[in-house]
Design a protein. Structure first.
Length: 98
């Protein structure tokens, strides 16, 4: 089975990021090579009971890194540029915008 991206119902709307299965292999495949190596080392060094938390942390990173423009957004936030209030973000999302 393959993961297919969802299709946007609105023309011109941003495409949703395809979901990444929450398995160690799928998460590792979605990460950059440096992050993949770090993730695998962490999974292998973690007690079995704690592996789901490590996979979840890697999954979140992979999903966030897969969002178009994520690197630019993070750089802007770190530099204090183009900041958006939570209220403004909620309003944009409710209007179907970015």
């Amino acid at each position: 089975m393959t993961v297919q991206p969802e299709r946007s119902a609105r023309p011109g709307a941003p495409r949703p990021v395809p979901a990444i299965p929450d398995t160690p292999d799928a998460v590792a495949a979605a990460l950059t090579s440096a992050d993949r190596a770090r993730f695998r080392r962490e999974v292998l060094a973690t007690h079995a009971d704690e592996i789901p938390a490590v996979v979840r942390k890697g999954w979140v990173k992979a999903m966030l890194d897969g969002v178009p423009g994520a690197d630019v957004s993070r750089a802007n936030a770190a530099a204090g540029r183009e900041l958006v209030s939570l209220d403004e973000l909620v309003a944009r999302l409710e209007q179907g915008g970015e």
